[in-house]
Design a protein around this ligand. Structure first.
Ligand code: NAD
Length: 310
């Protein structure tokens, strides 16, 4: 369908900081709206931190909803009229829905991540996970994994500004879900190795692997083992050092692009009630620009019911 702007055209978009120009979201949503026949535009809206409150108030009157990216996902929570249960637990919002004059903060990152690992055949229920990273993405990932009733989660982070809030979040999450969740220092490499050794799933949800940290990995190759599924939230580059290392080891992997597509599809469902044609968007995106070929190798639980002799 042709996308023609007229008096009925709705506004959606992405609110973010100075890295927003690198986002794939405007291209993905524009292609999807055109394909599905949603009469809306999706614009990139770069702002400064001191504009956030006013931008939220302004968009409330004119937009149908919008996404939120770095560095505003946590800060925007206080300006929402309501938070979804998942966004409340995560302390982060990546999708704002404007309904009946209210801003409702959702988080589709966690659910998008889980959808992505399910797409490679990995059901997290009852499994053990090591999640590296406790920022916006990491918090969404480990919270959603707990909501999916994994057995246990080891969260690792460096002792930066995320540490103190994560200590509280992890305790609340464990109490809320009954799942064992613990926080560890990423610099304790022996402990990290032990956690990965007993885990079924390893996730990188830090910035390591992208930007200035491209070509780096949070873990060493010797920490991998044959019963592990490895996921990354980083999607630029498409194949991080971690994903490449895991593929070379013969493991099933789930890269950040799959998560990106799934969280976008969930956002469109919230704003318009429509189903984003994920496979089509992935295909045209890889033809046009950026998403590459995401051929999937599926997890077939080759370890079976008996766990590997790790
Ligand atoms: P954030 O700023 O909220 O968190 C940054 C995380 O990286 C923190 O855990 C921090 O401790 C860690 N970190 C930073 N420098 C580090 C270093 N030198 N060593 C180890 N850890 C370090 O950012 P975010 O929103 O959580 O994003 C993290 C990554 O996930 C980014 O690459 C982002 O693009 C990606 N992401 C992908 C999706 C998706 O849909 N695929 C969604 C959200 C975020």
């Amino acid at each position: 369908m042709e996308l023609a702007i007229n008096g009925e055209t709705k506004l959606a978009g992405l609110v973010g900081g100075d890295t927003i120009t690198q986002s794939f979201s405007p291209m993905m949503h524009t292609a999807s709206f055109k394909e599905v026949g949603v009469n809306a535009v999706y614009l990139s809206l770069p702002i400064e931190m001191d504009q956030l409150k006013e931008v939220v108030a302004g968009l409330k009157d004119i937009a149908v909803g919008y996404n939120v990216t770095m560095p505003f996902k946590t800060y925007i929570c206080e300006y929402m009229d309501e938070l979804s249960p998942a966004a409340k637990l995560m302390g982060a919002v990546n999708t704002v829905e404007i309904r009946d004059g209210k801003c409702i903060g959702h988080n589709t990152d966690g659910a998008g991540f889980v959808e992505n690992i399910k797409n490679v055949g990995f059901d997290p229920k009852g499994k053990i996970a090591t999640v590296i990273g406790a920022g916006g993405a990491g918090s969404a990932v480990f919270t959603q994994l707990a909501l999916e009733q994994v057995e246990e989660i080891y969260v690792y982070n460096i002792k930066d500004s995320f540490w103190d809030s994560t200590e509280k979040r992890v305790a609340q999450l464990a109490e809320h879900t009954g799942v064992k969740v613990s926080l560890h220092d990423l610099n304790n490499r022996d402990e990290l190795k032990e956690s990965i050794f007993v885990s079924d799933l390893l996730v990188n949800a830090t910035k390591v692997g992208s930007g200035e940290l491209e070509g780096q990995s949070s873990i060493d190759e010797e920490m991998l083992h044959e019963c592990l599924v490895v996921a990354d939230t980083v999607y630029k580059p498409l194949e991080t050092k971690l994903i490449k290392m895991a593929k070379d080891y013969g493991l099933v992997t789930a890269g950040g692009v799959g998560m990106l597509l799934q969280q976008a599809a969930l956002a469109e469902k919230i704003w318009f009630g429509t189903d984003m044609p994920v496979a089509y968007i992935e295909k045209i995106s890889s033809n046009n620009t950026c998403l590459g070929d995401q051929t999937l190798k599926r997890y077939s639980n080759s370890c079976g019911e008996e766990k590997c002799q790790k």
